[in-house]
Design a protein around this ligand. Structure first.
Ligand code: PBG
Length: 311
């Protein structure tokens, strides 16, 4: 009876697997603070994505970890940058069987770890950064991304990227916007995964949102839709279920939520200590994010759920 009347059902096709590919390694590297997640080689990435497809997963989102960084993050738009190399290999292998998304930011590629160009005053220069995001969008689309996902929280990024993609003939490449993205302490393990240390105070409060505020999220979401976002995202997920619910009630576009690295690692750490039941908590958390209104959930638990639900 409970099964019959349940309001919310989690399905493997709701989930997107975030994956890391690192330049210059010959074996996948474990990430200590993200147990079970690795930095892939291009070959192991392709194998993992084929395995996820066989499990029924419909989408992945790719993050590149370059061997060298510079002030502008030029690896983000270099046709031979690691993400572009990996996107070409993925698209050649899985074609259109899966949705291949590319995280669009420069923080993995910049020597200072910020999501944009840092001006002489030490602040990120919003408008100069838009120009390099457009280059990265075109490089990712050229390499085969079906979706680009700008995560840098620069004002006007969605409109600028949409125009650049259209001008280059990529009208069919979609934009999933990280719209309401908070300056959260829950991204710590991710920064280990992409080898990022943030210069100048070690935070992104100048461009990511203050977690005391919810109203600003609606402005960010509406602006992104106005500028051409196809999917809007709230990030992180569990501390922001109110925001997810509000967004879902106010817009017609698909809504995504990112169950981020720290949310995943907390489950893994507590379960490893025997303090919580991993599968039960993982299921409760992901289902709650869907119940709050997310149509799409980006989560490092994607492979686990695909295997678990296939049993
Ligand atoms: C920025 C980006 C971040 C995450 C995704 N894209 C980190 C940040 O804003 O510092 C975090 C994802 C996670 O914690 O799982 N390119």
């Amino acid at each position: 009876m409970r099964e019959l009347v349940a309001e919310t059902r989690l399905h493997v096709s709701d989930l997107v697997a975030p994956l890391f590919v690192r330049e210059g390694i010959s074996e996948p590297q474990p990430i200590a603070s993200l147990p079970g997640v690795v930095q892939h080689t291009v070959d192991s990435l392709v194998a993992e994505v084929n395995g996820l497809r066989d499990l029924g997963v419909k989408a992945v989102i790719l993050f590149g970890v370059p061997a060298t960084k510079d002030a502008e993050g030029s690896g983000a738009w270099d046709p031979n940058g690691i993400a572009q190399v990996a996107l070409r290999a993925l698209r050649a292998s899985v074609g259109d069987d899966m949705v291949i998304m590319a995280d669009l930011c420069v923080d993995e590629y910049t020597s200072h770890g910020h999501c944009g160009i840092v001006g002489s005053d030490g602040e990120v220069d919003n408008d100069a950064t838009l120009e390099i995001y457009c280059r990265a969008a075109i490089a990712q689309a050229t390499a085969g991304a079906h979706v680009v996902a700008p995560s840098g929280m620069m004002d006007g990024q969605v409109g600028a990227i949409r125009a650049a993609l259209d001008d280059a003939g990529f009208e069919n490449v979609a934009i999933m916007a990280y719209s309401a993205k908070y300056a959260s302490a829950l991204y710590g393990p991710f920064r280990d995964a992409v080898d990022v240390q943030i210069a100048g105070g070690g935070h992104r409060k100048g461009y990511q949102q203050d977690w005391r505020n919810a109203r600003e999220s609606m402005r960010e979401v509406f602006e992104d839709i106005e500028q051409g976002a196809d999917i809007v995202m709230v990030k992180p997920a569990l501390s922001y279920l109110d925001v997810i619910g509000q967004v879902r009630a106010s817009v017609d576009t698909p809504v995504a939520a990112y169950h981020v690295s720290g949310e995943y690692s907390m489950i893994k750490a507590a379960a490893a200590n025997g303090w919580i039941d991993h599968d039960a908590v993982a299921l409760e958390h992901l289902t709650s994010i869907k119940r709050a209104g997310a149509d799409i959930i980006l989560t490092y638990l994607t492979r686990w759920f695909a295997e678990y639900s296939a049993q």
